[in-house]
Design a protein around this ligand. Structure first.
Ligand SMILES: [Zn+2]
Ligand SMILES: [Zn+2]
Length: 700
């Protein structure tokens, strides 16, 4: 028996969970935890809602509610989604509760007493209009390195952590005015003191994933800087030192301590207050599951904090995943790219989602969520191979015997097939232990294939008439394979596995049985089986026709008269990374050439190309039709950025026809454009109509 601690990165309580979080940390953690529990190991798996930090206070200010209302809303939603997707924690808690805050304060004081926290005066952004300091997300500006959008302490484009000096053209997020620099005192964590110790600790971590180890080593070798761990805020964990009453502990510092506080809280909840020590102070392996953007916090900052505290176990492995993308783009709530758990659970069986994410897990490189591929994998693998094998075995047994038949007349073929199945079964376990989850689920599917081949070759439908004893033995062997298959898939598809278990006539839950359970099958009576999964039809796929459009911001760089038409212009536009495009547009009666130059407009770039009076148009600009007049739509983000509506992830087709485009009904609403009640926008702002118009004009 081993003790296994599993820490899963804390989902942020500022929005719904999306499939990226499921694939990146929740699902791998859950597969790992379920396997080890079945293996008979003592598992303590914890996480919770990360409820502090400026994105939450900004959302609250925007909505005119308290931060508590925001985090209560999302914590409840997260808990419900975890239940629906079968993610099993020993404790899923939250950072805003009293218990956590007290643990953080004690941890903080221990580091302070050990000399790893010290005060330092620094310059910080201060808004004179709002009369407050502007921590993290309260400042927006331009990133010094890539000229992308800097959101406080991080650049949205290049992902760099930013200092105040790295933010050009800073603006207060609340009132928009330019902040000044003002002196303030903060507490710093002496991260620089841990360079040598961390490198020493990493020496025997050659079993880590290459990307995680290399990233960590490079990060340390480029020099560790001390980090400010307090902020000028009211929402967060109070600083347990006098003179800092108006400051709070930095969200990242408090969230990682959550792994410890959630363990302690779990021990309290089960009525054995010291039980957590068995995982944190005695022999136990600590695994952390997270996506790659969280690597430094788990391989550098948290280990350094643990070293500074002393007496607590350090991470054993940090098998961070790469990203799950959506048509090649990173999931992003604000850009409308993604699939959210509360939406997808309404339409699809969570075990099918777990299956697809397991077989497509971003372990070594980014992988893409693709609806057609999801449909194909569920229908051709999960339904046609796995589900089909189990269903035909159980149906045959139920119809002909009513119970699992005894093994009466053997054949060496039976031993061979069981041997092959067991080899694959053992590989499932080994793969999960190494956090190679994709390999593990492939082995599960291999077992189903072997079962199908064995059944086909044995022809029980012939034997039932010619040799009943042999038929019983074949079906007994098939039932054993079904049993092994149920156990092997339990960590991946917990509900389906338990359903198979019950259909095999067992009364307990599969999750209480052991991984190394003897592979004999009991001669249980069985009920009429029902299919495990049903085929996914294309119309169930949750793609809105709008997602087919490839809409981009384009800047007009040249306008000429069309040589063969009075009302047409030939317009050259710059679409950023996409390149330049030539458009033929009928807007000459309403726009002069110099009015058009430099305007940022919205262009469909995947519309089927068409020759218009002899000149090929490589796209179409969007305008509204106002009493027969064309009025352009105006964008504000940089050239080449996507134009989208919130909540619909762009998944553009290579080419769409004009007829398809016409079916997508957009309407003007005030000065904006609406599609299904949501506004058309780019990364900076909503798309506006070139001049005030009334509601109801359709986009052409
Ligand atoms: Zn940048
Ligand atoms: Zn301000």
């Amino acid at each position: 028996m081993e003790r296994i601690f599993i820490g899963v990165a804390w989902p942020y309580a500022n929005g719904s969970l999306h499939l990226g979080t499921l694939a990146g940390c929740l699902l791998p953690g859950d597969i790992f935890g379920r396997y080890h529990r079945m293996k008979g190991n003592k598992v303590l798996m914890v996480s919770g809602s990360d409820e502090h930090g400026t994105p939450i206070t900004i959302t609250a200010e925007k909505e005119g509610v308290t931060p508590k209302e925001i985090v209560d809303r999302y914590h409840e939603e997260h808990k419900r989604n975890l239940e629906e997707f079968g993610i099993k924690f020993e404790n899923f808690t939250r950072t805003s509760n009293y218990f956590h805050k007290e643990v953080v304060k004690k941890f903080f004081l221990k580091l302070y007493d050990n000399g790893y926290i010290y005060p330092k005066k620094i310059q910080a952004f201060y808004c004179e209009h709002c009369q407050r300091f502007l921590p993290d997300r309260y400042v927006e500006g331009v990133c010094k390195y890539c000229h992308g959008k800097a959101r406080g302490d991080q650049c949205e484009e290049c992902g760099r952590t930013l200092d105040i000096n790295d933010i050009l053209e800073p603006k207060c997020k609340i009132c928009g005015s330019a902040p000044v620099l003002k002196e303030t005192e903060h507490l710093f964590f002496k991260l620089s003191a841990f360079e040598e110790k961390l490198l020493e600790w990493l020496k025997d971590k050659d079993y880590w994933r290459d990307n995680v180890l290399n990233f960590t080593l490079n990060f340390i070798k480029s020099g560790l800087k001390d980090r400010a761990i307090t902020r000028d805020l009211q929402w967060g964990v109070e600083v347990p030192l006098p003179g800092y009453e108006n400051k709070r502990i930095y969200v990242w510092f408090d969230a990682v301590i959550g792994y410890l506080s959630a363990s302690m809280e779990w021990a309290e909840k089960i009525g054995k207050a010291d039980e957590w020590k068995k995982w944190w102070m005695e022999d136990a392996k600590h695994y952390y599951f997270l996506a790659k953007d969280n690597i430094p916090f788990h391989t550098i900052i948290w280990p350094a904090m643990l070293m500074g505290h002393g007496g607590l176990n350090l991470p054993y492995d940090v098998p961070a995943n790469e990203y799950l993308t959506m048509s090649g783009e990173q999931f992003s709530k604000s850009r409308g790219v993604g699939i959210w758990l509360p939406d997808i659970v309404k339409k699809f069986d969570p075990d099918t989602i777990r299956y697809y994410l397991s077989i497509n897990m971003p372990e070594k490189r980014d992988t893409d969520w693709n609806w057609a591929d999801y449909q194909a994998k569920i229908n051709n693998e999960l339904v046609a191979v796995y589900g089909n094998f189990i269903h035909r075995v159980l149906t045959f047994i139920h119809k002909n015997f009513g119970e699992i038949p005894p093994y009466v007349k053997g054949d060496e073929k039976d031993e061979e097939v069981i041997k092959e199945v067991m080899e694959n079964f053992e590989e499932v376990g080994k793969s999960i232990e190494k956090c190679h989850f994709k390999e593990g689920i492939k082995r599960v599917m291999r077992i189903a294939q072997i079962g199908n081949q064995y059944m086909n070759a044995s022809e029980p439908w012939r034997l039932i008439k010619e040799d009943v004893d042999r038929c019983k033995s074949v079906m007994h062997t098939c039932a054993r394979i079904v049993k092994i298959l149920a156990i092997a898939s339990a960590p991946y598809m917990p509900r389906a596995a338990d359903k198979i278990w019950k259909m095999l006539g067992y009364k307990n839950s599969i999750h209480n049985c052991k991984w190394d359970e003897e592979i004999e099958i009991d001669e249980n009576k069985i009920e009429k089986p029902s299919p495990l999964f049903s085929k996914i039809e294309m119309e169930n796929i949750m793609e809105d026709p709008f997602s087919k459009l490839d809409l981009r911001v384009a800047r007009i760089i040249d306008v000429k008269d069309h040589p063969n038409a009075d009302k047409l212009y030939v317009i050259d536009v710059d679409v950023g990374e996409i390149g330049k495009r030539k458009l033929v547009a009928g807007i000459k009666p309403w726009y002069k050439k110099d009015e058009l130059l430099g305007k940022k407009i919205v262009v469909i770039i995947n519309l089927k190309k068409a020759k218009i009076r002899g000149i090929e148009s490589e796209g179409m600009l969007l305008a509204v039709d106002e009493n027969g007049k064309a009025v352009l739509l105006i964008a504000s983000a940089k050239e080449g950025s996507r134009v989208y509506v919130e909540g619909i992830q762009p998944n553009p087709e290579k080419e769409i026809s004009y007829e398809e485009f016409r079916k997508i009904k957009m309407l003007s609403k005030g000065n904006a454009i609406e599609y299904k009640g949501k506004l058309l926008r780019d990364d900076s702002d909503i798309i506006k109509i070139d001049r005030p118009v009334k509601d109801g004009y359709s986009v052409r």
